[in-house]
Design a protein. Structure first.
Lengths: 343, 346
């Protein structure tokens, strides 16, 4: 029991994430009869393929202590490129080109951030607009469409009852990124520059390498999400996919990353994305308009922020209390010593 | 403020360099202005007409007013709000509701003052709530991202996602389409708000506090100016500016909808990003403590000028968005390079 309590208190945010996702799932499972069925599970995993990736992209950036606002535009650009090139070049080559463009954009952003040493929110607001414009230019301000809608069928076929090639690939990416972040030097560097940047730099960790890796990974994930969306629907728009930023941020924060950086992980991102997916999928059954979905997702975000802020305030108060207590103890012991010395 | 504090500790040569750096950004902006202007005179038809300049300033006024509000937030070190357009849209819906139905009581329908006060009140409430969360220690980006979804959801819910119309003649025409001494009312409001904001920032106790808290949060806290009350005040100022723009815009259009300020607003896709771009192109430091509303106003006019020229040259929305995006990235990189080593990073 003690061990269990220790585990919970060690990572409060992750425990809260698991609790929250459990609550959301149970709520819908009780209220909607079919929620606990194979088809719904398949649908949730299909959505997870997109949202999980965006959540993962933001999680990596936030772990590095920065936030990438341009993932929506990056995903839209990649979707436009992939959909546009699928007709002349075939899907695999188009995907490779689109993903490499997205990854390159991410890496460039990381380089600029590390080279000029500015905050990522500043530069990514600019690239948000720039990439959106580029996507519009490439799409020639129209909706790009596939001519043959059977081409991308291969990513939506059911495998093993619950999975599709898309969701299997995404789960594979999750595992790889998880291992990379946790067990390799490069992954640990990302944690280091996020958690304590000054100390990490003083200790000799370069700023450029982890920053470039983090943003390249985030660009790759955003691009992959855009690819999946674009191929699945067969269409892409330059101005689309901006909702991914909100959904991804909610997923990352529900998953227990701290905005201060250096905290959180891939497991959390997966749980956060699943929570948002439960919510979105559940709300579908109530036939609500799209702004309600946005409203409830934002409410989820606010709940998590309030919880995180409260726990931080609580922690600092506890620390202060214990500090004051130790000071008091020392004072009393000193006084006693003096008294005994005076006789 | 920060420059003054730093200057006192530096030797003379460094002082001179600092002074030069401060002015270089303004010089770059002004020379870009000049280049654009000369290019416009020679290569664009109908550019050098008074009507066109009125149009430029009128365009600049809409997002300029919001950007001036946002400058307070940025100067105080709270980055920016991602809920600008949502705040504006919910305030616009409120105003249109008041003008069309009087919030349920037919006596008040079409009453300009009541509708205006209601819209401003909505702005104040949303600003105070978001500022409260930020002041408690939440990250401004995340808090306002959540706030954006909630505000948009409530606005769309309230208006059933429909367009709310009210018919002319109404009491708000003078604000929407009226003009005074040849300039539209919205342009006059922009000029007056810009002057007022500059005076408040330069010559009042509150304005200096904004700079202090933005330049150095720890010093601000040590001297008794906590970010908590500051965040609430600056967020309220920003939201009220959004509410005012929304009222003027709705008064002009005689209608409101919850996504009036969303995608494809004006030229550059997204009102929120356009306003943030205005603040950045003006050369204000996003980290806070450095900049002024004068810069923001210049940035607004600059963006409007570039956009106007591209429209006259017959560009579509794609290249125009790329143009504004390039301007933001360029100004960020130039600013970052000049400020490198001083306060670019916390």
């Amino acid at each position: 029991m003690d061990n269990f309590l220790k585990k919970i208190t060690k990572d409060v945010d992750l425990s809260f994430a698991i609790l929250l996702s459990f609550c959301v799932y149970v709520f819908f499972a009780i209220n909607i009869e079919v929620f606990f069925s194979h088809n719904i599970s398949f649908a949730i995993l299909e959505r997870f393929a997109v949202l999980g990736l965006v959540g993962l992209a933001l999680t990596i950036c936030i772990i590095a202590g920065e936030i990438d606002l341009s993932i929506g535009s990056n995903a839209a650009l990649c979707a436009v490129i992939v959909v546009k090139l699928t007709d002349p070049l075939g899907a695999p080559l188009a995907m490779i080109i689109g993903l490499s463009v997205s990854t390159l954009i991410g890496a460039t952003q990381g380089f600029v951030i590390a080279f000029i040493r500015i905050r990522a929110i500043v530069i990514t607001v600019g690239t948000l607009m720039l990439l959106r414009g580029v996507a519009l230019l490439i799409a020639e301000e129209k909706t790009v469409m596939l001519t043959d809608f059977r081409v991308p069928d291969f990513i939506t076929t059911k495998v093993l009852m619950y999975f599709s090639p898309a969701s299997l690939t995404v789960i594979f990416i999750f595992i790889c990124v998880g291992i990379f972040m946790r067990y390799t030097k490069y992954g640990r560097e990302i944690y280091a520059i996020g958690g304590a940047r000054k100390e990490a730099l003083t200790a000799g960790i370069p700023l450029r390498r982890p920053m470039i890796i983090a943003f390249a990974l985030s660009g790759f994930c955003a691009g992959f999400a855009g690819t999946v969306i674009g191929l699945k629907s067969g269409t892409a728009q330059g101005l689309g996919l901006q909702y991914l930023l909100l959904a991804g941020t909610v997923a990352a924060f529900v998953g227990g990353v701290s905005i201060l950086g250096g905290k959180g992980g891939v497991l959390g991102a997966a749980i956060g994305a699943l929570t948002v997916n439960f919510l979105n999928t559940g709300l579908v059954f109530y036939a609500l308009q799209v702004h309600f979905v946005q409203l409830f997702t934002s409410v989820l975000l606010v709940i998590v922020i309030v919880f995180q802020t409260m726990s931080r305030v609580f922690d600092s108060r506890q620390a202060r209390k214990s500090l004051l207590a130790t000071i008091d103890e020392r004072k009393t012991s000193l006084l006693e010593k003096k008294r005994s010395a005076l006789g | 403020m920060s420059a003054i504090i730093e200057n006192n500790q530096l030797p003379f040569s460094a002082k001179f360099l600092q002074f030069y750096k401060d002015r270089t950004l303004l010089a770059i902006l002004l020379s870009l202005f000049a280049v654009m202007f000369i290019y416009g005179i020679f290569f664009t038809e109908n550019y050098l007409t008074i009507t066109n300049f009125k149009a430029i300033i009128r365009d600049a006024a809409l997002y300029g007013i919001m950007a001036i509000g946002l400058t307070f937030v940025t100067l105080s070190g709270n980055f920016f709000l991602l809920s600008l357009k949502e705040t504006a849209s919910i305030c616009g819906v409120t105003f249109a509701m008041g003008m069309a139905t009087g919030f349920g009581s037919p006596d008040l329908a079409g009453n300009f003052l009541v509708s205006l006060l209601a819209a401003l009140a909505v702005g104040v409430v949303s600003g105070v709530i978001q500022g409260y969360f930020v002041g408690m220690g939440g990250n401004p980006i995340v808090v306002t991202l959540g706030g954006a979804g909630i505000l948009y959801g409530i606005g769309a819910w309230w208006s059933d996602n429909l367009v709310i119309n009210f018919t002319r003649p109404h009491d708000a025409e003078w604000l929407g389409t009226g003009s005074f001494l040849g300039l539209p009312s919205i342009t006059w409001s922009f000029i007056l708000i810009a002057i007022a904001a500059e005076i408040v920032l330069r010559h009042t106790n509150f304005g200096r506090k904004v700079y202090l808290v933005g330049a150095n949060k720890a010093a601000g806290k040590a001297t008794g100016h906590e970010n908590f009350s500051m965040a609430i005040i600056v967020f309220t100022i920003c939201s009220v500016c959004c509410a005012f723009v929304a009222v003027a815009f709705v008064a002009q259009m005689d209608s409101a909808q919850s996504n009036y300020f969303s995608a494809e607003f004006g030229s550059s896709g997204d009102m929120t990003i356009l306003v943030i771009a205005t603040v950045m192109v003006g050369g204000n430091s996003i980290m806070g403590g450095y900049g002024s509303t004068l810069r923001t106003s210049l940035g607004a006019i600059f963006i409007a000028m570039v956009d106007n020229m591209m429209v006259l040259q017959g560009f579509n929305s794609g290249p125009r968005i790329v143009g504004v995006g390039l301007m933001i990235v360029f100004s960020i990189i130039v600013f970052g390079l000049f400020a490198k080593g001083s306060r670019a990073q916390e």
